[in-house]
Design a protein around this ligand. Structure first.
Ligand code: NAD
Length: 340
């Protein structure tokens, strides 16, 4: 069994690659290393692990990556609303055009399962947040990022796509948190914890809006479950990945973090509108795949705070930990490049 993970050097991909490899799979990663190679260093040079450095937009890179593959987990993307807003053409080319090309070529290459990483952001702003969005809830993408995800979902779930025996499965992940070999400090739980612990200050926009969260290792376990599940249970299906008890408002996160790291100067900037305000039900994955999370947000806060306290990260604001570098980090990187 050879599994191709596109974006396997990324935050989720590097955790998943290690997990599948440890479980005995042959793992191939296609990645252009746009956020560095740290995520793959533990696997590089190991038996049953292959790395193809390439750009998903290039047919030759896709061909090399797909040769002899049984399953594809498609994670590579321009990830997040700010990153897509900053480079909209790139976002469309990678997240939409190249994703559809990869799926089409995977079908032709007789790949049996294609797992697509989508997002709960697709639910957008819900009219009634006292209700929980399920996989059947109408999608209301409110960013280019979510629009590209919804468009790929629709193409993959089109009944015509099922021809040829390549089973598409869509996973709508909650917002991830926790430690990864390719660390991200631009994800809410990680970022809030770092700012409150290290900077002792944080500005929170729209503290009353809801979102679901899931630990990156639980998310990787969900992908593993889907790869191993019987065809009839997952083919052509959508699963939200998370836990219904893990929907939080930002203000709840601040209180949880404060309880673990102590006082910080937190400034709330009230917003009456947030395009992403949603609570999500994760009952389908629990019922049909027996997926249950092993970590909750407080565990993730403890994990991140512990890593920062013991000095694992000397500068969490470094651009390498952010998909859209904070303004001062951009200046720092530009300075280094110009200085060469
Ligand atoms: N992180 C989250 O909270 C979250 C939530 C929901 C869904 N997702 C989805 O999960 C997937 C992984 O997200 P992540 O947090 O690991 O992001 P990430 O940015 O850490 O990883 C993306 C990886 O894709 C690679 N990549 C980007 N463009 C490429 C290209 N043109 N060719 C080859 N490789 C390319 C990058 O180098 C990177 O290693 C994405 O599809 C994302 O939309 C993530």
């Amino acid at each position: 069994m050879t599994t191709l993970i596109t974006g396997g050097a990324g935050y989720l991909g590097s955790v998943l690659a290690l997990r599948l490899w440890r479980a005995g799979a042959r793992v191939r990663v296609l990645d252009n290393l746009s956020h560095g190679a740290a995520g793959l260093l533990a696997l590089f040079g190991r038996e049953n692990f292959e790395f193809v450095r390439g750009d998903l937009r290039e047919p030759e890179a896709r061909r090399a990556a797909l040769a002899g593959v049984d399953a594809v987990v498609h994670l590579a993307a321009v990830v997040g609303d700010p990153a897509c807003a900053r480079e909209p053409e790139l976002a469309r080319a990678v997240n939409l055009d190249a994703a559809l090309a990869l799926y089409e070529e995977a079908r032709r290459a007789a790949v049996s399962r294609f797992v697509f990483a989508s997002t709960c952001s697709n639910y957008g702003r819900m009219a009634d947040t006292s209700a929980h969005a399920t996989e059947e809830t109408e999608l209301r993408p409110v960013s280019l990022y979510a629009e590209t995800k919804v468009a790929v979902e629709r193409a993959l779930l089109d009944p015509k796509s099922a021809r040829g025996g390549c089973d598409a499965v869509v996973l709508r992940f909650a917002t991830l948190y926790g430690h990864s070999p390719r660390m991200r400090f631009d994800l809410t739980v990680n970022q809030f914890t770092a700012e409150m612990l290290v900077r002792r200050g944080l500005t929170v926009f729209g503290e009353q809006f809801w979102r679901p969260y899931v630990h990156v290792r639980d998310a990787a376990r969900a992908v593993n479950l889907v790869l191993d599940a019987p065809r009839a249970r997952v083919a052509g299906r959508v699963f939200n990945v998370g836990d219904t008890g893990e929907n939080y408002r930002k203000i709840d996160l601040v209180e949880l973090i404060r309880g673990q790291v102590g006082e910080a100067d937190v400034r709330f900037v009230r917003r009456d509108e947030d395009p992403r305000d949603y609570r999500v039900s994760f009952e389908r994955a629990r019922r049909e795949l027996d997926f249950q999370i092993e970590r909750r947000v407080p565990d993730g806060i403890a994990e991140i705070a512990g890593a920062l306290r013991c000095g694992l990260y000397t500068n969490f604001e470094d651009a390498i930990y952010h998909n859209t570098p904070p303004p001062d980090a951009t200046a720092k990187v530009a300075g280094v490049v110009e200085g060469r």
